[in-house]
Design a protein around this ligand. Structure first.
Ligand SMILES: Nc1nc2c(ncn2[C@@H]2O[C@H](COP(=O)(O)OP(=O)(O)OP(=O)(O)O)[C@@H](O)[C@H]2O)c(=O)[nH]1
Ligand SMILES: [Mg+2]
Length: 653
């Protein structure tokens, strides 16, 4: 195509070279690079010209851009260093100065690349080669982004024990039992977001490291949850994931020194990395009203523990003034978080017996402990250490939540990936929500159910279900072993819902973490158990899509079935406390109710005091012609002086 001479000159000026050279076909890639460098902003036309003159190199660049690691990476020589031999001028030079002692395979690859490149320069790219490149890049596993993951995954025990048939072999019986394990209800996006916001905003903070129970800072106002598990099970990794941070995977950085880069907790592939009880603060401080509710709960818990009825109730903590409370707990700072999570040292390999002693003390004596999370490796399964820890929790009567970790090792990423259509729709919804007001966005999110896990019959999933079955059986056995002396029972002491996570998934990480956050919030009483938005049956459409993957055949409870009541709701204060802690409208409602009750009490007191004073006035019986101050004020139209609580005492004087 012939261009106007002026236009040619302008283009040549951009290239910073003579017109004849700028419009000559590219002689080599080095030539192309030289021109591209001189051209400040590379033009698509120049690339196209390069692709037609050097198709093989263009192909290699394309496949490298698509993340194909196998693609050959030619090391281009700079034009100044190009040797003067006529052969090397035409060919693609791999290195200006070949290494003196190249390793054998490297030298082979170099020479093969040289020859093939020379041939390819003369032959255009065939469609079959293009297809090969495309298929090769498609085969390479794409790293999963956290948004691609299913955010919540859990399993529930079978509703009824599987029917035993005489004709079935023990293997078939076991398989039937595995198939009867139900998928947990899929929480709604709103519920997951509510729980996640508590963990992520404001940023979680490292609080302290305590080698012994006595070194733990005093805490009487913030609910606490501890993470237990074998060493190297992934406790610290889960904590980082809960905080929305990636684990550093490197030991040696101080806690919270660089939270954005290395996560909060130190993680390591070597067992025994965490050696102290590390406390981390999550969420904003509880409001005054929530604080009162929490204090009442603590009082009740202490009362239950002593297991005796009080004849005359001592002064309630919630009725005390702020200074009185401070005097009761000297040295305790004002609460700065709504939840404290303690990352404990692991038991088992590379652990120390004194760690166990300190953890036992903590479990028995920490008044604000709302529950414990026991992490179990989905691949390794339950071990003796886990059984011992569960028995310890039973004896201390502490609510227990089981989380299976490292499940990403069992589940193929295809099962975890969000369907693209749903992912796109969710992204749109989020964009819309951020542009609208808070209330509108929450309302719109409440209606949308979170896409559920597409249950299949893969070996990994069956292993996961079998692992859950073993956990339930163990928990029931441990529960029975107490002979009913401890109220640590299914649904009360331990949650039958087993949360599945892959917090440290190296492919992108973090599947199931939002579900874990929600379960922890519920256990700590920050979100009610039977929150309407917490577990919403998925639409019927999902039921249909689930059956071809084998969910129906497996006896898996489809999400459309009526929700099962999970009676893990012994937290009596949760209904008010949790609504108040997260939902602002609920906070306002709660405060309004409190205000109304206060006003009413005040009015009653006033009425009572008024009538008492009237009685006294009548007893004093003013002499003829005299009126009391009360009557006088009433006559003058002022508020009676006896309106306040302290007035009668003043009047009598
Ligand atoms: N694939 C995979 N790896 C994980 C997961 N969680 C943790 N890991 C890895 O497991 C190793 C141990 O993780 P940590 O979080 O340090 O384990 P820990 O329980 O805190 O160990 P201790 O502090 O020694 O008790 C690390 O190499 C993590 O990368 C997971 O969900 N998936
Ligand atoms: Mg650790």
């Amino acid at each position: 195509m012939a261009l106007l001479p002026q236009l040619q000159q302008a283009v040549a000026e951009m290239f910073d070279m003579p017109t004849s050279k700028a419009f000559a076909p590219f002689s080599s890639p080095a030539d192309f690079i030289a021109r591209s460098v001189s051209l400040k902003a590379s033009t698509p036309a120049a690339h196209r010209a390069f692709a037609t003159s050097h198709p093989r190199l263009a192909m290699a660049q394309l496949s490298r851009a698509q993340g194909n690691r196998k693609a050959i990476k030619p090391k281009l020589s700079t034009p100044t260093k190009a040797p003067s031999s006529s052969r090397s001028k035409a060919s693609i030079k791999v290195s200006s100065k070949p290494a003196k002692k190249p390793s054998k395979p490297q030298a082979k690859a170099t020479s093969s690349w040289k020859t093939s490149a020379r041939v390819a320069e003369q032959t255009p790219l065939t469609s079959s080669t293009q297809a090969k490149v495309r298929s090769r890049s498609a085969r390479t596993p794409r790293p999963l982004a956290p948004t691609d993951h299913i955010r919540a995954l859990s399993f529930l025990p079978p509703l009824h024990p599987p029917v035993t048939e005489a004709s079935r072999s023990p293997e078939e019986e076991a398989e039937a039992a595995i198939h009867s394990v139900r998928l947990g209800l899929t929480p709604t996006t709103a519920a997951l977001d509510r729980a996640s916001s508590l963990f992520v905003r404001p940023e979680a903070r490292f609080l302290y490291s305590a080698p012994r129970f006595l070194n733990l800072p005093l805490n009487t106002r913030i609910p606490e949850v501890c993470i237990l598990g074998r060493s190297n099970v992934g406790k610290s990794t889960l904590l980082n994931a809960l905080a929305g941070l990636e684990s550093g995977g490197k030991a040696g950085h101080s806690h919270g020194a660089r939270p954005s880069r290395f996560g909060l907790a130190i993680t390591s592939a070597r067992a025994g990395c965490t050696k102290m009880m590390n406390g981390y603060g999550f969420g904003p401080p509880l409001g005054a009203s929530q604080q009162q509710v929490f204090e009442r709960v603590l009082e009740k818990a202490a009362e239950d523990k002593k297991n005796k009825k009080r004849e005359s109730s001592p002064p309630s903590i919630s009725n005390l003034s702020r200074s009185q409370k401070r005097a009761l707990t000297p040295g305790e700072p004002s609460p700065a978080h709504s939840l404290v999570i303690i990352d404990m040292p692991g038991y088992g390999f590379m652990s120390k017996s004194e760690w166990g002693t300190e953890i036992t003390k903590y479990l028995e004596r920490r008044a604000t402990l709302r529950g414990a999370i026991v992490l179990i490796d989905a691949v390794a399964g339950l071990k003796d250490g886990d059984r011992h820890a569960l028995a310890m929790l039973r004896d201390a009567n502490i609510r227990t939540l089981i989380i299976l970790t490292k499940a990403d090792k069992l589940l193929p990423s295809r099962l975890l990936r969000m369907p693209p259509a749903i992912a796109a729709a969710k992204q749109e919804e989020r964009k819309l929500a951020s542009s609208l007001s808070f209330s509108t966005s929450v309302a719109s999110l409440t209606a949308s159910p979170e896409p559920g896990f597409q249950s299949g019959s893969t070996e990994g999933e069956q292993a996961l279900r079998a692992s859950c079955l073993r956990v339930w059986k163990t928990l029931r056995r441990i529960e029975r072993a107490s002979f009913g002396t401890v109220p640590w029972m299914e649904g009360q002491g331990w949650s039958p819902e087993i949360v599945v996570t892959g917090a440290g998934d190296p492919r992108g990480g973090g599947f199931g973490v939002a579900g874990a956050r929600l379960a922890i919030c519920r256990m700590a009483g920050l979100i009610p158990q039977h929150d309407a938005t917490g577990a919403m049956p998925a639409p019927k459409k999902q039921k249909k899509t689930a059956s071809p993957s084998g969910a129906g055949d497996l006896g898996v409870c489809s999400p459309a079935e009526p929700p099962t009541v999970v009676p893990f709701d012994q937290i009596q204060w949760s209904a008010t406390a949790t609504e108040a802690s997260i939902d602002q409208s609920a906070v306002l409602r709660f405060i309004e109710q409190q205000e109304a009750a206060k006003q009413e009490r005040k009015a009653q007191n006033q009425r009572r005091n008024g009538s008492r004073i009237e009685q006294k006035d009548s007893q004093i019986a003013p002499t003829d012609g005299q009126t009391s101050a009360h009557q006088a004020s009433a006559v003058e139209g002022r508020a009676p002086a006896t309106g306040g609580r302290k007035r009668p005492w003043k009047r009598q004087v």
